[in-house]
Design a protein. Sequence first.
Length: 449
Amino acid sequence: MSVGPVLIDNVLKGKYKGGKSKIMRKLNSKKKLIGAIAIILVAVILAIAITTNIVNRQIGNEGYLSTTANANSNLVAGYIKKGITIGGITGTLESLNTFDATAEPEDILWGKTGYVKGEKITGTRVNTVALGKESQKVFEENTILIEDYGNSVKIPEGFKIAEDSATTVTGGVVIEDISAGDNNTKGSQFVWVPIGDVITNENNSKITITLGRYTFDDTEKLVQNASEYANETQLKDRYNESEIGGYYQEFLKDTATNNSKAKDIEDFIKKATSSGGYYIGRYEAGDLTAIDNARTNESNDNNPLVCKAGVYPYTFVTQIQASQLCQNMYETTGFESDLVNSYAWDTALKFIQSFSTNKNYANKEIPQNDIIKCGEIFSGEEKDVECNIYDMAKTPGEYITESFVLSETYSIVRGSVFMNTYHRPIGRDPVLDISTSYNYISFRPILYL
């Protein structure tokens, strides 16, 4: 018996037996198919992800495989970590662990850089005169520097190489006081006078400078080595041959109460020889309080003492006052200061005549006018400077620790004396009235270490 078309609603409503289960079976089969497809899709996605991860790890460990594109890369092996290959290029760069480094800035040359404990540091060590001049470093202890030709220069604590210093001994190495506690001596400058064999050029040529007393007449002659200070030669001044005695020598004894000897001539000779040189004031001693060149001598020996350009020379003092001022200029255990002695004066002249263009400087005359500031000149006047040392031939004359043989109470003045043009740097002029101070006599300090 025919029942006609079977309506889905009737089947779903249970009006026909067996219809519902058939249809549900068909629906379930479709669901299973969809689920299987979904599982396959998930598996594919997971496979892609896993493969990508493996590839990425391989790239990180082994680098990209070479292709036509990256084979033409600009990569440099030195920029790639050692063992890593990128674009077909295997790295050679080795990273350095600096955390166990112990270097300090003072261990590295000034201006050079390095890495310590992961940080970049700049060197502060100065070992040459040229670096000292460039860096303007103030030395905290006595330091030996090497100049352009290989000569050594000993720099005292608290000083730097002056900005206008030469970088060779033969040109005149200048040091400048920077750290004077009371500021009285701050800015004072001194020039290194070498002793011994001095290298003069890149070819290692040498000239020997002996610490001693010289004559500079027609020829330059060493008449007494400083090592023979205990048996000094008596020098006769050619300008005073007719005077009583006319002989001069370093004042070594304490018998005279009105003239001052060197602080310790034996110590000066020993230290200057050992250090290979000493320092002489670049200028005559200067008086910071002086405002003109016509002063009284009231308490003048207590005024601040400097040795620099642009101040009036320190005058109106006796030889004893000049000596005391120089000896007390610096109070330090690192070096000594003193009034120029006869060895230091003559050896400075020998130094100048050896390395300046003026081979007869010791006999140089400069027209005398009036007292003028240290390092300055009158209009039309010739500047007096050789090897960076100023005014050894100009006014005023200068006290030293030298005396008459027959009368040690006489003070001796070296160099030119105002109004007396016949005196030159080699000249010796006796000051008979040692209790009187003059406006035309000054002095010059030295340093040794």
